[in-house]
Design a protein around this ligand. Structure first.
Ligand code: DGL
Length: 282
């Protein structure tokens, strides 16, 4: 049984790089839905349908533990996958999201006045303020939707990000935040630029840095899952569109011979007159 890592595009590769660096012994399957990225401006139902198809794809490739690295998919689809999809079809598999580990990290670091940047869907959902206040009711959370960042990074435009980032971050920096959460898989790819715009007084929380430790702790707490994970150090990378940016990032982080493969995702067909999903899952 392998560990699956899903993202709407290539941003999750940086999360995977961090995880593999810390836990190299396991077998991993990456899936990036590069054909349909960005997810962040789509409706909740669409994000759910895309995410469910991705999770089924990873289950069919022997992933017993799937990490939804994408904040947008974690926000809009994870709960329904855990509560409706898994119990119905594959109760022995686990699907984990990225929001709670990020929130826990911010609280552990003592953040009081926090800025969050993310996709329109993540910001609109209010998931970060809600989950942060559950753990620390007096925390101040300011959010800014940053819809241009992921498409620019996805299309190899990271070098043109600086003025756009500075503009997006301005209202947060003016409010004297002490912490900035990068609430999207893609943003750590520009983390040096973001850290330099934010300045030394602001801690920047990056999911590629926190996810490895959180996953390791989860695996330690669940020896029954650990025992079923295969340990050959294999890595396979699936994408719905093998773009040049994906190819070059995978090569620079995982080597020229990184095993890149084409993925076809099939949306579950709803029965006529219902909004249900999953009917075609064997
Ligand atoms: N990967 C998504 C996230 O972490 C952002 C990109 C998108 O809009 O699909 O939120």
């Amino acid at each position: 049984m392998k560990i699956g890592i899903f993202d709407s595009g290539l941003g999750g590769l940086i999360t995977m790089r961090g995880i593999v660096g810390r836990l190299p012994e396991y077998d991993y399957v990456y899936l990036g839905d590069t054909k349909r990225v960005p997810y962040g401006n789509r409706s909740q139902q669409t994000i759910y349908e895309f995410t469910e198809a991705a999770v089924r794809f990873l289950f069919e490739r022997d992933c017993g533990l799937v990490i939804i690295a994408c904040n947008t998919a974690s926000t809009e689809a994870l709960r329904r996958i855990q509560q409706e999809f898994l119990p119905k079809f594959l109760a022995d598999r686990r699907v984990l999201g990225i929001i709670i580990p990020t929130v826990e990290t911010a609280i552990e670091r003592g953040s009081r006045r926090l800025g969050v940047i993310g996709t329109p869907a993540t910001v609109r959902s209010g998931v970060y303020p809600r989950e942060l206040r559950k753990l620390r009711p007096d925390i101040e959370v300011l959010q800014v939707a940053t819809p241009l960042l992921a498409p620019m990074i996805e299309n190899g435009g990271a070098k043109w990000l600086e003025p756009i980032l500075a503009d997006y971050l301005k209202p947060l920096l003016e409010k004297n935040i002490d912490t900035l959460v990068l609430g999207c898989t893609h943003y750590p790819i520009a983390k040096e630029m973001i850290r330099s715009i934010a300045g030394p007084g602001i801690q920047v929380i990056c999911q590629d840095e926190l996810a490895p430790g959180k996953l390791e702790a989860y695996i330690r707490r669940h020896p029954e899952i650990e025992a079923r994970l295969s340990k050959k150090g294999d890595k396979t990378f699936f994408a719905t569109d093998i773009t040049e940016t994906l190819r070059s990032l995978a090569a620079s982080w995982f080597g020229r011979n990184a095993d890149l493969r084409q993925a076809e995702l099939h949306l579950a067909v709803a029965a006529p007159g219902t909004k249900g999903t999953g009917e075609t899952f064997a």
